[in-house]
Design a protein around this ligand. Structure first.
Ligand SMILES: CC(C)(COP(=O)(O)OP(=O)(O)OC[C@H]1O[C@@H](n2cnc3c(N)ncnc32)[C@H](O)[C@@H]1OP(=O)(O)O)[C@@H](O)C(=O)NCCC(=O)NCCS
Length: 196
């Protein structure tokens, strides 16, 4: 846990040109506080099975940082959130290593699905401010989602850039393209609310 927290601290300094000393970051970087509380809440919820306390911790984190992360959400190493206010990460969201999210990003459900119903991000995914990703979609490794993009029930292939609302692919492997996002491949754990 301590090594994971130290990695999260280093991710701030790797990604944020405004970060000065480690002490200043530990004392003042709200997203780092939210991530640290999430690491604790997740461990209590998933590894130990403690009731109630993990939700209380995430509610406390939300009140103090404006970042809401469900204790069950799985988040990889070196996670970085910039600014943070308004970020929502749902219960069945999964986030790979080295991902970057800006403020007001939503990794949410459509309201029509149960079970696995939130996005899965591969390693090195970058999501700009205000982007909304809905449903049990897959965002491939190193994909970049532009500020204010809207992605619902569509997958974002690896090494692509997707922008706009609804989002479309504008870059693949560094080459400018114009392409629609493919419909998502539903996981076997996803059900529509009509099935439930
Ligand atoms: C998408 C983004 C990551 C750039 O990715 P990239 O792979 O380097 O893509 P490019 O900058 O080459 O842009 C590719 C095309 O998408 C367009 N584009 C880029 N970002 C866009 C966005 N958010 N919305 C709409 N179009 C966008 C560009 O204008 C360009 O189109 P053009 O070739 O017709 O001019 C970046 O533009 C972005 O949105 N970053 C978010 C940053 C952020 O949230 N900052 C908050 C700071 S507080």
């Amino acid at each position: 846990m301590l090594r994971t927290l130290r990695d999260d601290l280093e991710a701030v300094h790797r990604n944020d040109p405004a970060a000065r000393s480690r002490l200043e970051t530990v004392l003042t970087h709200s997203p780092l506080h939210a991530i640290a509380l999430h690491r604790l809440a997740h461990w209590l919820h998933v590894e130990i099975g403690v009731p109630l306390l993990p939700r209380l911790l995430s509610t406390f984190a939300r009140a103090f940082t404006g970042i809401e992360i469900h204790p069950a959400a799985r988040i990889g190493r070196r996670f970085f959130i910039d600014h943070g206010m308004g970020v929502v990460i749902g219960e069945t969201a999964e986030i790979g290593d080295d991902c970057v999210l800006f403020h007001n990003v939503t990794l949410g459900g459509t309201g029509k699905h149960t079970g696995k119903r939130h996005p899965t991000l591969g390693d090195g995914v970058y999501i700009g401010t205000g982007a909304t990703l809905l449903g049990p979609i897959h965002v491939g490794a190193r994909a970049r989602i532009g500020a204010q993009a809207f992605v619902r029930m569509r997958d974002v292939p690896p090494d692509t850039t997707a922008v706009g609302a609804p989002a479309r692919i504008v870059k693949q492997d560094g080459v400018r393209v114009e392409r629609e996002l493919p419909p998502t491949r539903l996981s076997p754990d996803t059900h529509t609310s009509a099935d439930a």
